[in-house]
Unconditional design. Structure first.
Ligand code: UN1
Length: 505
């Protein structure tokens, strides 16, 4: 029984028993069974949490950033100790294979380390003034409570990208996790509370988890006390959230879908490409926003590569990830994901596809778990379902002859998250990375489009939403910029040489 293992994991991770009751049943995609129950936050509880966060903000913004970093350091420390338990809970609740579950916690640890360093590097510029005896500078100040809405597929890491930065920047965090994965969120909250107790003097309400459905998300989106919302999910959801936030001039970080592609050139190292493609297209059962969904292969190497991919796809072990490390593909999250996958494959057939795999792998004991063989789909052209994101392991393969035309096809979708090229020809590589190359937020060379490190800014263009999270200078989105001009002289020269001489009597 998974539920007894879940109980002991939640005990180990410090989730209080009184948080494990309620009307919402949590199921595991591994077996389809209910593994726990939790309580949704009421709209009133959500409003109270925002009020508490606002009060916490008044205190937290005055704590020197390196001291704020100390809290994040302690959280990273506790995450290290909890890596196995939390990673396993990610596997049970989201269905990831064990190394990916643990990898997700590693990503949390990494961003905590990054944020600790950042807490001493919230740099502003000094700027040359055009006026004598004047100095210009920028300061970055905390912005206020940050709402974070996350998706089931990265149930804890995406919170940490936002939270670690928001906290060192001086902001409280209000987190609405996916209703499909509330247990891992409760576990992270328990770890946060433990770190906060160790740090001491941490205001109540600095980090809050609000479990619930759409109403909880909407309460955060519409609350004028929440100046910034970071949302991960579908483009349809992001369009609504983004519009509502814009109406009240709140900021948004939108991390929506991806319809990511790779181009395989004739000069590519094909053994490397094969491994990279298999991981990027089937890892997390095709349920990453960075999953490889479209593959453009040069016609001179197309048939050989497709033959090898077919072999790899047919031999890939699909099943319950808890059964062993040789399982590379776990279950889809639920029945709806399965139906969407089958619908996309049927449509592809109508568009002339040759479909290999994609069928359900029955788990006799667990009729409510949805295991599938990843699908390799040879498409005559980029049409129909290829043009949209289906959150499932479907890789559409297409031929190309000219790189320019392949790049054009590559960019001819509505999303713009991640991309890659496999080539050892520097002209092809540089072209792909250039202004006339990939139009995505992430463009990789000789690796797949998924599995980004936290050091870079993560996010994409077009209907991916334009937000950036994690590394580089993504922290700036969590702060407000103040530009100051200081006059340390006795005259008042005006900018642009404007004269405005009043009569001072
Ligand atoms: C997501 O799927 O929402 O690049 C994020 C990756 C991960 C993040 C994916 N580090 O695959």
């Amino acid at each position: 029984m998974l539920s007894s293992e879940v109980t002991s994991l939640l005990d180990r991770l410090g989730v209080a028993p009184d948080r494990r009751h309620g009307a919402r049943a949590v199921r595991s995609p591994l077996t389809g069974e209910t593994i726990a129950n939790v309580e949704d936050a009421s709209p009133q509880r959500t409003a109270e949490a925002v009020a508490l966060a606002e009060a916490a903000f008044r205190q937290w913004r005055q704590v020197p950033p390196p001291q704020r970093g100390e809290l994040v350091r302690l959280l990273g420390h506790d995450l290290r100790a909890a890596k196995d338990a939390l990673g396993r809970l990610v596997t049970i609740e989201a269905g990831k294979i064990v190394s990916e579950g643990r990898g997700e916690v590693q990503e949390m640890i990494d961003i905590c380390d990054f944020a600790v360093g950042l807490s001493r590097q919230l740099y502003g510029l000094t700027i040359a003034s055009e006026r004598p005896n004047h100095r210009m500078m920028e300061q970055w100040h905390p912005i206020g409570p940050v709402g974070v809405i996350t998706s089931f597929n990265f149930p804890v890491a995406v919170w940490s990208w936002n939270a670690a930065l928001a906290l060192v920047c001086g902001n409280p965090v209000l987190w609405k996790p996916s209703e499909k994965t509330p247990l891992t969120a409760l576990a992270v909250q328990a770890l946060f509370e433990r770190a906060a107790a160790k740090a001491g003097n941490i205001p109540d309400g600095l980090s809050t988890v609000l479990i619930g459905g759409r109403d909880v998300g909407e309460a955060l989106v519409n609350d004028p006390r929440v100046p910034l919302l970071s949302t991960t999910g579908s483009t349809a959801m992001g369009r609504e959230v983004g519009t509502q936030l814009a109406r009240r001039f709140a900021r948004s970080i939108l991390e929506l879908g991806g319809n990511n592609a790779s181009i395989v050139c004739p000069s590519a190292n094909l053994d490397l490409a094969l491994r990279a493609i298999a991981f990027a297209a089937t890892g997390t059962t095709g349920q990453r926003c960075t999953t490889l969904r479209r593959l453009f292969v040069h016609d001179s190497i197309h048939d050989g590569l497709v033959a090898k991919l077919k072999q790899v796809y047919a031999s890939m072990r699909v099943g319950d990830p808890l059964m062993g490390d040789e399982i590379l593909v776990g279950p889809l999250i639920d029945a709806v994901a399965f139906q969407n996958m089958q619908r996309a494959l049927e449509e592809a057939r109508v568009h002339g596809a040759r479909v290999h795999g994609g069928e359900r792998v029955e788990e006799k004991r667990f009729p409510n778990a949805y295991y599938v063989r990843p699908a390799l789909v040879e498409m005559p052209a980029q049409t129909g379902p290829v043009l949209r994101e289906t959150f499932a392991p479907i890789l559409y393969v297409m031929k190309y002859t000219e790189l320019d035309a392949a790049i054009e096809q590559h960019n001819a979708v509505t999303h713009g998250l991640s991309s890659s090229i496999f080539s050892t020809d520097m002209r092809e590589v540089e072209k792909f990375l250039s202004v006339t190359g990939s139009d995505c937020g992430i463009a990789n060379v000789n690796i797949g489009p998924s599995g980004a490190e936290i050091g870079g800014a993560f996010g994409g263009e077009k209907e991916t939403g334009g937000g950036r999270e994690a590394g580089s200078d993504a922290w700036k989105a969590y702060m407000r910029r103040v530009t100051s001009t200081v006059n340390y002289g006795n005259d008042l020269p005006l900018a642009q040489g404007v004269r405005f001489d009043i009569d001072q009597g």
